[in-house]
Structures are given as C-alpha cells and as structure tokens.
Design a protein around this ligand. Structure first.
Ligand code: IDP
Ligand code: MG
Length: 139
C-alpha cells in the first residue's frame, strides 16, 4: 500500500525569487498537510550527503554547490498517496518538459535550479525526512 508521507525542499532559486508563499499555497491547495517544516541553509557537505545517490552523476558537483548556495525550506508533507501525488504536482525534473500548471513549470529556472525537491519512493521519503527532522519536530 502506498504511504501517506513525502519529503520536499523549496530550493534556493525559488526562495531567492520570493516563491515560498506561492509554492506552499499550491501544496496546501493540492490537499497536502504540513507535518514538519524548517528554514535553513545546507553546507556543501550536507547537500552532498542528501544527494549521495547521485555521487557518480556528472552534475553532482554543480548540484551540491547550488543546493548550498542559499537557504531552503525543508518539509514533510502528508496526504494519501503522497509520493506519487506530489511528483505529479511538481512535474518533470527538466522544467521545459514539465506539464502546465506544475510547480516546476511555473517556478523552476533550469534543470538544476528546479524550484523543489520531491521524494521518489516511500522508502526515500522516510530516509529524507529522518535526515532533516527528529520526532520532536513532527506534528
Ligand atoms: P528529481 O529531483 O526530479 O527526482 P533527480 O534525477 O533525482 O530528479 O535529480 C536530482 C536533482 O539533481 C534534480 O532535481 C536537479 O536539481 C538536479 N539535476 C538532475 N539532472 C540534472 C542535470 O542534467 N543537470 C544539472 N542538474 C541536474
Ligand atoms: Mg530524485
């Protein structure tokens, strides 16, 4: 059975462009509730740990540099079928391929600076949530 939690980040480009508010509004409008949230800046090392699975990809250096370039919003979201429904709401990784009305289509600047992160499986949603939040920070 599909889980009811996913993990997201509003990435530095969207924070810089003052799009935290509009993105959170879309998230709530799509039926997600916020279970945990924080505003923070990752070091390059922490971004590297988060994106460890992409270590061998050619864009890893660019990605970790970018993800530590400014503050982000990290959050755990809850809804039925959270992972799948949130991936639909954010759209394709490359904003030029994202469907109209998706968060990335509306707010992403490029394939790297693509406005938001969304977990790709229930297992990764748990791993990513645990990377950022303790049990005392979840409501
Ligand atoms: P996803 O975020 O849609 O799950 P992934 O393939 O998991 O996409 O890639 C993680 C992140 O790495 C992307 O969101 C994006 O910021 C960055 N990225 C992915 N592909 C490229 C690329 O070809 N060039 C630069 N950055 C990329
Ligand atoms: Mg991914």
């Amino acid at each position: 059975m599909a889980g009811n939690k996913t993990f997201t980040m509003i990435k530095p480009d969207a924070v810089e462009a003052n799009n935290i508010g509009p993105i959170l509004a879309m998230i709530n409008k799509a039926g997600f509730k916020i279970l945990a949230m924080k505003y923070m800046r990752l070091t390059k090392e922490q971004a590297g740990m988060f994106y460890e699975v992409h270590k061998e990809r050619p864009f890893y250096g660019e990605l970790t540099e970018y993800m530590s370039s400014g503050p982000i919003v990290a959050a755990i979201l809850t809804k039925d079928n959270a992972v799948t429904d949130y991936r639909k709401l954010i759209g394709a990784t490359d904003p030029t391929k994202a469907e109209d009305g998706t968060i990335r289509k509306l707010f992403a600047k490029s394939i790297a600076a693509n406005a938001v992160h969304g977990s790709d499986s229930d297992e990764n949603a748990d791993i990513e949530s645990n990377f950022f939040f303790s049990s005392l920070e979840r409501f």
